[in-house]
Design a protein around this ligand. Structure first.
Ligand code: FAD
Length: 508
């Protein structure tokens, strides 16, 4: 009587009830497979970090006495897909049961349903014991009506008793300190160093290359800078809480050519692969607040990302899939400019945000939203292409969290389910929040002409193209009024320039 228990690459949760103690008759199965490396072109560091973390997780389970069958990408017996590998393993172990955790992604859930059906064994699907809300209940709520983040977040605060006073009111007198979190970073205080010491994973990289896996970005396999074990992830959390959290809120929206992380945590990979539990990350921030080491704006701002946004986008995903993947409310059809894969553009902001992403498989939220996402939105790029790019390039990209952020928040393709207005901005926003415009050959203050920052004409063209979609939105009224106040000749020149830019996107 053998039970096969499947653990996926984003289910490295050492506290899962399965791993409390070794169980007779259970074989934990883990596999590195081409169906997972090939459904989109991933950043090399993403493939490396997931496989390296899986291998370390499997070793730790074995050391704790669990029986593990691990299939490496290059193993001759690896059939490179869930169903085929599970069938072989079931025969090999004469399995009588199959157990798996809920997958986070719709695509994987479907693949595993098919695999279970082909196995024909009694199957149990258990909770992955990670999130702060239950998937079924969340999906039910979001399938009926997508709440605004703010109300969802307040409910989560109440439900989990987080940052509430004795009267169940928000600590600090406000639910949200976002308005305090908009400063530009002047270079002071210094941003902390990258939290992780690099690991040499060159041997694994050779296996990945030999298997023929296609990737993008710099592998940096001799110095991979991501946490590969729970203890490394915990160490990164501690560094963040001590050195970055005190400034997190204030500089949350800042961008700099000098610092990739600034005061962000870099913990999304460890969270999404479940090496860290969201509650322990939130608790670490709350402890720092209670000890007086951070103020309420920083603590609340950070808690909102994990207790609010992270759970919220999961609700959007599970409540709205599979239709969500087809949404294209603004009928955007253009391909992404070619330089999204090279960073070779004269626009310093995009060159930097894309270059950093290719180098590190990481960009922080505002770089993703207001630089690469904003440009794709203004240029009218196809959300399928934008989705594929984000899903591939980032170390933390798993569809359940990537898609609502990309299609929803960033591209407005869901028609406003996630974002109450499009995150469209001209160069003045970028200039205000970053040091990108200094030294850029394009002038942030110009709307047209060869030296004008392309964000400006593209912004106005986008706004005018979608006037029928947005003019009735009171949050969009100001820019439309500003447009009306502009000289007619200025308006014409701006829109003519936008037409030129859209024709020549690849050359900018
Ligand atoms: P921090 O700024 O330190 O925030 C702490 C944690 O809060 C993050 O680790 C993350 O777990 C959570 N968080 C913050 N913002 C969000 C958000 N909007 N949605 C969900 N969780 C959030 N996040 C991913 O984890 N995977 C993705 O594939 C992904 N794709 C994105 C695509 C676009 C277009 C945009 C605009 C955002 C995307 N995000 C994604 C959300 C966010 O940008 C990243 O979670 C964050 O940049 C990760 O860096 P960090 O760990 O330093 O985050």
């Amino acid at each position: 009587m053998t039970t096969l228990r499947l653990v996926l690459g984003d289910q490295l949760n050492a506290s899962h009830p399965w791993f409390r103690q070794p169980e007779d008759g259970c074989v934990v199965v883990m596999m590195e497979i081409r169906s997972e490396t090939d459904y989109v072109v991933h950043h090399a560091q993403k493939v490396l970090a997931i496989f390296a973390a899986m291998r370390r997780f499997a070793e730790a389970l074995q050391a704790a006495g669990h029986r593990v069958h691990y299939l490496r990408i290059g193993d001759p017996g690896n059939r490179q897909g869930f169903a085929a590998n599970l069938q072989w393993l079931a025969a090999h172990y004469q399995a009588t049961r199959f157990e798996r955790m809920e997958a986070d992604e719709w695509r994987v859930e479907r693949l595993l349903d098919e695999a279970s059906a082909r196995l024909g064994l009694p199957t149990t699907v258990v909770d992955a014991a990670h999130f702060l809300s239950e998937r079924g209940a969340l999906a039910q709520v979001f399938s009926e009506r997508v709440p605004r983040l703010e109300y969802f977040y307040r409910d989560m605060r109440r439900c989990h008793g987080i940052l509430l006073d004795d009267h169940q009111k928000p600590v600090g007198g406000r639910w949200n300190f976002d308005a305090d979190n908009r400063a530009r970073w002047p270079g002071e205080p210094p941003a902390p160093d990258w939290p992780w010491t690099p690991t040499d994973v060159s041997a694994l990289w050779q296996e990945i290359v030999a298997a023929g896996v296609r990737t993008l970005g710099e592998p940096g396999a001799d110095a991979l800078g991501w946490p590969l074990t729970r203890s490394q992830a915990r160490a990164g959390l501690q560094v963040f809480i001590k050195q970055a959290l005190p400034h997190f809120g204030r500089f949350q929206d800042a961008m700099s050519t000098r610092e990739p992380l600034l005061f962000h945590s870099g913990l999304s990979f460890a969270l999404n692969t479940k090496m860290l539990h969201p509650r322990e990350v939130i608790d670490a921030a709350l402890e720092a607040f209670e000890a007086g080491a951070v103020d309420i704006a920083a603590c609340e701002g950070f808690v909102r990302q994990i207790l609010g946004w992270r759970e919220y986008v999961r609700g959007v995903y599970w409540g709205r899939m599979p239709d969500y993947a087809q949404t294209n409310a603004l009928d955007a059809r253009r391909p992404l400019p070619r330089w999204y894969w090279t960073g070779e553009t004269d626009m310093v902001c995009l060159r930097h945000a894309i270059g950093q992403s290719l180098r590190l498989a990481y960009a922080h939220h505002i770089q993703r939203l207001m630089i690469t996402g904003n440009f794709a939105l203004l240029a009218g790029c196809d959300p399928d292409a934008v989705d594929a790019w984000y899903l591939g390039i980032y170390i933390d990209a798993f569809e359940w969290v990537e898609m609502p952020n990309t299609r929803g928040m960033s591209q407005y393709a869901d028609g406003g389910l996630v974002a109450s207005k499009p995150y469209a901005a001209s160069a003045s926003y970028i200039k205000r929040q970053s040091d990108y415009c200094k030294g850029c050959r394009y002038a942030a203050t110009r709307r047209h002409g060869p030296d004008a920052c392309p964000f400006n004409a593209l912004y106005w063209d986008f706004m005018l193209r979608h006037e029928a979609d947005f003019a009735a939105n009171p949050r969009m009224a100001m820019p439309y009024r500003a447009w009306q106040r502009m000289d007619e000749s200025e308006r014409d020149a701006t829109l003519t320039h936008a037409r030129y830019l859209l024709e020549w996107l690849d050359t900018l």
